[in-house]
Design a protein around this ligand. Structure first.
Ligand SMILES: *Cc1c(COP(=O)(O)O)cnc(C)c1O
Length: 231
């Protein structure tokens, strides 16, 4: 098991590097978020020992326990799941980057909690490109407005956008969704909203991260290919 995680991690890093190079990007621009939801702390420890630097978690309660257990690791924690406003306090305490802000209400709660801690909380805005009702995220047409409103929140620092396309057996079908996210980021950049950065594009998972890299991903969120299936 131990060797499995190290070996899989190595393989994923190799694939990230290879794809970055084949599309003319610097592999250092692409950060790997090892998605450890539902996996035990021991697995995270093994991945960290094998060089993983960022872990992604989806559930506050679960993450609290694991982060506490793993306090000695020198790693970053990213929240990638759906965040309820009433959990904002914990999210701000626990996470270096929150990928899933999709409403002004949530952003305001995070801002308030971050202010209490004297922290500037880094966040991404999650966009629901596909418009699927089961998916979280702000509608593409409402994204610029949300960004403008968030720019006024002093304890929030917007670093970019995140999306989750529908699941396809053929990863190439996810390309238009990734491309649209990048286009939105470019629009937001041109809008020149003070204090808003569009440096990060969080997109791509086990099944489609190579396509996401071709479309400009800077953060790929990979679980299954590192930790195995989630049962
Ligand atoms: C679970 C999850 C992932 C990782 O998915 P895999 O297919 O296991 O790589 C990535 N992003 C989000 C938002 C997730 O919930």
């Amino acid at each position: 098991m131990e060797n499995d995680i190290a070996r899989r991690l190595d393989k994923i890093r190799g694939r990230i590097t290879a794809r970055a190079q084949s599309c003319g990007r610097n592999p250092d621009e692409i950060k790997l978020v090892a998605v450890s939801k539902t996996k035990p702390a021991q697995d995270i420890r093994q991945a960290a020992a094998a060089g993983a630097k960022i872990f992604g978690e989806n559930y506050i309660q679960e993450a609290r326990q694991k982060i506490e257990t793993l306090y000695d690791l020198d790693v970053k924690w990213h929240f990638i799941g759906h965040l309820q406003t009433n959990k904002a306090r914990y999210a701000v305490r626990l996470f270096d980057l929150i990928h899933s802000v999709d409403s002004l209400k949530l952003a305001k709660s995070l801002n308030k909690e971050a202010a209490k801690l004297g922290k500037r909380q880094a966040v991404l805005v999650q966009v629901n490109i596909s418009g699927e009702e089961t998916k979280s995220g702000v509608a593409p047409d409402d994204t610029l407005e949300l960004l403008r409103e968030m720019a006024g929140l002093e304890n929030i620092s917007v670093r970019g956008l995140m999306t989750m396309p529908p699941f396809f057996d053929d990863p190439v079908k996810a390309r238009p969704y990734f491309r649209q996210l990048r286009r939105l980021a470019r629009q937001a950049d041109r809008a020149g909203i003070a204090g808003i950065s569009m440096a990060e594009l969080s997109m791509g998972m086990t099944g489609d991260f190579e396509v996401a890299i071709e479309e400009g991903a800077t953060l790929v969120r990979i679980g299954t290919a590192i930790f195995g299936s989630r049962g």
